[in-house]
Ligand binder design. Structure first.
Ligand SMILES: Cc1ncc(COP(=O)(O)O)c(C=O)c1O
Length: 401
C-alpha cells in the first residue's frame, strides 16, 4: 500500500487525444438529438428467430476466433447488396466488417491523415467524423453545399486555394445520400462531377453511405464508387440505421491493396459473431420488407415534424425537406444562438444538436439539427411545440433581431 494514486499522465502516448468521459447523457423526454431509428419497428423478434437459426447452423464455429475481416457470408451479402443497390462491383475480399461505420471512419482517417494534414468535408458534416479528424489533429476544411450537397465548383476552388499554399488535401469526405445534418441528396450528375474534380487533382474520396437505405422518396442514384474505375473511392455503410446502432454492424470497402494495412489497424477488434450472424440471417430474408416498413414510418414522422415546425414556428424558421434519412436542418434568424437555447430546451425535456457541432469552423450558430426518427408523431408535435416556446422566449422567432 502506497496511499498514493499512480500517475499515468506522463506515460500516455503522444498520439492519444484528451477525450471526454464516455457516459451517455440521460435521454430527453423528446429526443430529437441523436440519430436513432424508430424503437417500435426494431425487429427484435425477427432477430431472435434469425439468431436461433444461425446458432443452430454455425454455433460450433463460435468456439473459434472469427475471421478478422468479418464473416465471409456477411461480406458476400454486403458485396451483393452493393452491386444490386449501389451499382458497385466489389469482391468480398475488399469488404471489412466493422463495429458500425464509426470504426470505418476512424480506420480511413487514420490510414491517410498525419497530424496537420488537410481533409475536406461538406461545410456541415457528421459530428463523429469531425471528432475523429480532430483527434488525429487533422485540419478540416468545409466545402460549400447547395440543395444537392457538396458543390463541385466550390470543391475545386478550395483545392486551388490550398494549392497556392502548397497544401494538397488528403481526402474528400462526403455523405452524398441524405447528408448528415443537411439532408441533401446528390443526383447522378453531381456524383460524377464530384468524382471528376477529385480525379483531376488526384485526391481520394471517402463516400460515407450511412443513409442510402433510408430513402422514402425520389430516385436512387448509384454510389460515387460505382463510377470510379481508378480505385480512388473509399466507401462505408452501416446497418445501424435500418436495424439499430446498438447492433454495431457496419462495413467498409476499399481497393484490395489497402486491405492489409486496414486489417493491421483493425487487428483484435472484430465485430461480435452474435451480432453478425443475427444481422446476416435476418437481413437475408427480410431486408426489403423491413426497409419498406421503416421508411413508411420515417416518412410520416418527417411530415409530422415539418408540419409542426410550420405550425408552431411559422415562416421565420427555414427547414429542409429531405427525401430520406433521419434529420431536419432548421435555420433561425441571424444572431440566434441555438447553442445557448439548447440548455433551455433540455431543461424543458427537448434535445437537439446545435449547428456549430457539425461545422469544421464552429459556424452555423443559428442552425440546429432535429432527428425525426425516434419519437412518435404525437410526441414530435408536443416536442416541437415546446421547442417553439423556448425559442420564442429567447426571442429567436422574431423576424427582426
Ligand atoms: C454520416 C454518418 N456516418 C456514420 C455514422 C456512424 O454510425 P454507426 O457507427 O452507428 O454505423 C453516422 C451516425 O450517425 C452518420 O451519421
Amino acid at each position: 500500500m502506497t496511499g498514493q494514486r499512480f500517475d499515468f499522465s506522463k506515460l500516455i502516448a503522444e498520439r492519444v487525444p484528451p477525450g471526454a468521459a464516455g457516459r451517455a447523457a440521460a435521454r430527453a423526454r423528446y429526443d430529437f438529438g441523436t440519430g436513432f431509428p424508430d424503437p417500435d419497428s426494431f425487429p427484435w423478434q425477427g432477430l431472435h428467430e434469425a439468431l436461433g437459426r444461425a446458432l443452430k447452423d454455425k454455433g460450433r464455429d463460435l468456439v473459434r476466433y472469427p475471421d478478422p475481416q468479418g464473416h465471409p457470408e456477411l461480406r458476400e451479402f454486403i458485396a451483393d447488396k452493393l452491386k444490386r443497390e449501389r451499382g458497385m462491383t466489389v469482391h468480398q475480399d475488399q469488404v471489412l466488417v466493422t463495429g458500425g461505420s464509426g470504426p470505418a471512419i476512424a480506420l480511413f482517417v487514420q490510414l491517410l491523415a498525419n497530424p496537420g494534414d488537410v481533409l475536406l468535408t461538406e461545410e456541415y458534416t457528421y459530428v463523429g467524423t469531425l471528432g475523429i479528424m480532430r483527434n488525429l489533429k487533422a485540419r478540416i476544411v468545409g466545402v460549400a453545399t447547395d440543395q444537392e450537397g457538396m458543390r463541385p465548383d466550390a470543391l475545386e476552388q478550395v483545392i486551388r486555394d490550398l494549392a497556392r499554399f502548397e497544401v494538397k488535401p488528403k481526402m474528400v469526405y462526403t455523405i452524398p445520400s441524405f447528408q448528415n445534418p443537411l439532408g441533401t441528396d446528390m443526383g447522378m450528375q453531381r456524383r460524377k462531377d464530384i468524382l471528376a474534380v477529385a480525379q483531376k487533382y488526384s485526391i481520394p474520396i471517402y463516400e460515407d453511405d450511412a443513409y442510402e437505405d433510408l430513402r422514402f422518396e425520389g430516385a436512387r442514384s448509384p454510389a460515387i464508387g460505382s463510377y470510379d474505375d481508378s480505385g480512388m473511392v473509399l466507401y462505408s455503410g452501416t446497418f445501424s440505421k435500418i436495424l439499430g446502432p446498438a447492433m454495431r454492424v457496419g462495413f467498409l470497402t476499399a481497393p484490395e491493396e489497402l486491405l492489409p494495412r486496414i486489417n493491421a489497424m483493425h487487428w483484435g477488434r472484430p465485430t461480435s459473431e452474435f451480432a453478425t450472424l443475427a444481422s446476416l440471417y435476418y437481413l437475408r430474408d427480410h431486408l426489403d420488407d423491413h426497409v419498406d416498413e421503416i421508411n413508411g414510418i420515417l416518412r410520416t414522422r418527417r411530415d409530422a415534424m415539418i408540419g409542426a415546425i410550420g405550425e408552431y414556428m411559422g415562416s421565420v424558421a427555414t427547414v429542409s425537406h429531405p427525401d430520406g434519412g433521419l434529420y431536419l436542418w432548421l435555420g433561425l434568424p441571424e444572431g440566434s444562438s441555438t447553442v445557448a437555447a439548447s440548455e433551455k430546451a433540455r431543461a424543458r425535456g427537448v434535445a437537439y444538436l446545435p449547428g456549430p457541432s457539425f461545422s469544421p469552423s464552429g459556424g452555423g450558430g443559428n442552425y440546429l439539427r432535429l432527428c425525426f426518427g425516434y419519437e412518435r408523431p404525437n410526441a414530435i408535435r408536443e416536442g416541437i411545440a415546446t421547442l417553439a416556446e423556448v425559442f420564442a422566449q429567447q426571442g429567436m422567432l422574431n423576424t427582426k433581431r
